[in-house]
Design a protein around this ligand. Structure first.
Ligand SMILES: NC(=O)c1ccc[n+]([C@@H]2O[C@H](COP(=O)([O-])OP(=O)(O)OC[C@H]3O[C@@H](n4cnc5c(N)ncnc54)[C@H](OP(=O)(O)O)[C@@H]3O)[C@@H](O)[C@H]2O)c1
Length: 319
């Protein structure tokens, strides 16, 4: 099976690429910047030029491809490209996939996407889910929770840099996942015909409230967090008012994410069934505490190496 992966340079996409290569798939990545994607080439990927905001570049990338894994989305710092990438580009991709007789099209959306048509990206994602289902292409949609990788920026770095952490709803627990595990589900579905034409709600095994994540990071960092508790409606007002400024934009993005994840869900009931369907042992799943522990160990090692290099440089200067 030859795979076309879109978004291979992204947080989730690169994990899918790595695991697909390890499993022996022929992997082609549609990329818009060869220099940025050079690491994929070094891993053994065939790179082809394509840009979702330039629809004419899409169809040639599908030649000889049997399955598409679309892990792309417009970058938050490219606000103008939202409709071009997540709507026009995706519609063109679906059309091209149909013409190329693609055997499986895998797409990712955030959880609860259908409940947030007031958030532009959510509205587009839900619209594309619908178009994909109507297209007749065998599809698999994964509705995802938050990534562990995003928590580093949200919690670990602010604690390490003594910056405030904005918290809204203390009681909502979210079952975050490592992108490595999401990649595992994604590739496994290619081997399971019964996963075609289905939507799966993917989530981790344990729910975490923000105070638990903050406590964990405080312990590992040996530093306390500056927690700013703000009711969601005030945060919404502030972000609308100060949205032009970078920090206002950050809050606004955070809020959108917090809102989406705050909707109660029934994941826990179906999670074990899901792992059974995909033949994935829950014991294989990376736990959040282990993920953070590894991150802080790597960081401390790096800091130790930098200190060591500094000492060596100073010694050399003295000599
Ligand atoms: N992050 C989360 O917590 C989360 C939660 C739920 C669902 N999801 C979904 O999971 C998927 C992966 O998310 P992610 O966080 O891994 O994404 P990401 O890190 O932001 O990566 C986005 C990818 O899309 C590519 N891309 C952007 N514009 C493009 C264009 N015009 N043409 C071609 N490629 C383009 C980027 O390429 P460049 O490197 O060239 O920019 C990059 O590879 C997305 O569908 C997202 O909606 C994410």
């Amino acid at each position: 099976m030859s795979l076309l992966i879109i978004g291979g340079t992204g947080t989730l996409g690169r994990q899918i690429v790595l695991q697909a290569l390890t499993k022996g798939y022929q992997v082609r990545c549609l990329v818009r910047n060869f220099r940025k994607a050079n690491f994929l080439k070094e891993w053994g990927v065939e790179l082809v030029y394509g840009d979702l905001s330039r629809p004419e570049t899409i169809p040639p990338c599908l030649k000889g491809i049997s399955a598409i894994i679309d892990a792309s989305t417009s970058r938050p710092n490219e606000q103008d490209s939202l409709k071009k990438v997540d709507w026009d580009g995706k519609l063109c991709l679906i059309e091209a996939a149909k013409a190329a007789n693609i055997q499986r099209f895998i797409f990712f959306s955030p959880q609860n996407v259908e409940q947030f048509d007031n958030i532009p990206l959510m509205k587009l994602k839900y619209g594309i889910e619908t178009k994909l289902k109507e297209s007749g292409i065998p599809y698999t949609i994964f509705r995802l929770t938050g990534f562990y990788q995003g928590l580093i920026e949200q919690y670990a770095i602010p604690i390490l840099e003594d910056l405030p952490i904005w918290v809204t709803n203390e009681n909502t627990s979210v079952s975050y996942m490592d992108t490595q595990d999401i990649a595992k589900f994604c590739l496994r579905c290619l081997q399971l015909p019964q996963t075609a034409n289905q939507t799966f709600f993917l989530s981790g095994l344990k729910g975490w409230v923000s105070s638990e994540i903050i406590n964990l990071c405080e312990q590992l960092a040996g530093q306390s967090a500056k927690v700013q508790k703000v009711p969601a409606f005030i945060l919404k007002f502030v972000s609308r008012f100060f949205g032009f400024f970078e920090w206002g934009q950050n809050i606004s993005d955070r809020l959108a994410f917090v809102e989406i994840l705050n909707v109660e869900n029934n994941f826990s009931k179906s999670t074990f069934e899901l792992y059974k369907t995909f033949k994935i042992d829950p014991a294989e799943i990376i736990q959040l505490d282990d993920y953070f522990l590894e991150y802080f160990i790597r960081l401390l090692r790096r800091l130790r190496d930098i200190n060591f290099e500094d000492v060596q440089k100073q010694k050399n200067l003295i000599i």
